[in-house]
Design a protein around this ligand. Structure first.
Ligand SMILES: Cc1cc2nc3c(=O)[nH]c(=O)nc-3n(C[C@H](O)[C@H](O)[C@H](O)COP(=O)(O)O)c2cc1C
Length: 185
C-alpha cells in the first residue's frame, strides 16, 4: 500500500495534523509521500492507494490554493472529459482532515470545508473512509481563540487532539488491513 498526505497550512495547525498522520504511517512501515498543496501542483492520485487530504477552514471552505488545486486536478481528470457519474476506483481510499477555529458557529465551520474535500475524493472515484475535524487556534486573533464558540482554543491542536488523530490513523490502517485480507480470501 502506498500513501500520500496532501495538505495546506499557513499557520502550522493543519501541518501538525499532517505530521502526526505521517508519523503513524512511518511507524507502520507504510510508504508515504507528504506534499504541501500549491495551486499548480500536479499529482497522480491513482499512484496511491490511500490519500489523506487536509486544509484549514477559511470562511467555511478550504483556502484558495486548495480550491484551485482541486479545480485544476478536476480539469485534468480523464483529459477533461469526465464521465457522468463518479465511478468508484476499487482499492482507492481517501481521508479528509480539517482544522477550524469555529469562533462563531463551532464545528459547523469546519464541516463545509471538510465536505468540499470529500466531494473532490468522491468525484475522482476515491471512497472517503473518514473526515476528521480538529480545532485550531486562529492565528492573529487572540480574542477569537479565547472566547469563541469552541471556548479557549489558543493551545489547539494540543497533544490530546493529535493523539486522537494518531489513533484514528491506526484505526483506518487496521480497517484497510482487514478489507485487504477479506479481498484475498
Ligand atoms: C484568513 C482566515 C480565515 C479563517 N476563517 C475561518 C472560518 O471561517 N471558520 C473557522 O472555523 N475558522 C476559520 N479560520 C481559523 C482557521 O481555520 C484555523 O485557525 C486553522 O487551524 C488554521 O490552520 P493552519 O494553522 O494550518 O493555517 C480562519 C483563519 C484565517 C487565518
Amino acid at each position: 500500500m502506498k500513501s500520500l498526505i496532501l495538505y495546506w497550512s499557513a499557520g502550522g495547525n493543519t501541518k501538525k495534523v499532517a505530521d502526526t498522520i505521517e508519523t503513524v504511517l512511518v511507524d507502520k512501515s507504510i510508504p508515504v509521500d507528504k506534499v504541501k498543496i500549491e495551486e499548480n501542483l500536479e499529482v497522480e492520485l491513482c499512484d496511491y492507494d490511500l490519500v489523506f487530504m487536509g486544509a484549514p477552514s477559511y470562511r467555511w471552505i478550504p483556502p484558495l490554493p486548495v480550491r484551485k488545486f482541486i479545480g485544476n486536478t478536476m480539469d485534468r481528470y480523464r483529459g477533461g472529459a469526465r464521465p457522468i457519474g463518479a465511478p468508484r476506483k476499487p482499492g482507492k481510499f481517501g481521508v479528509v482532515f480539517c482544522t477550524f477555529g469555529g469562533i462563531h458557529t463551532g464545528i459547523k465551520e469546519g464541516y463545509v470545508a471538510g465536505k468540499y474535500m470529500a466531494q473532490f475524493f468522491e468525484h475522482v472515484g476515491f471512497l472517503v473512509l473518514d473526515e476528521w475535524y480538529t480545532p485550531g487556534k486562529f492565528h492573529g486573533w487572540e480574542e477569537g481563540s479565547k472566547r469563541g464558540k469552541m471556548g479557549d482554543i489558543s493551545d489547539r491542536p494540543n497533544l490530546n487532539d493529535l493523539k486522537i488523530v494518531a489513533n484514528s490513523t491506526r484505526e483506518i490502517l487496521q480497517g484497510l488491513d482487514f478489507e485487504i485480507k477479506i479481498a484475498k480470501r
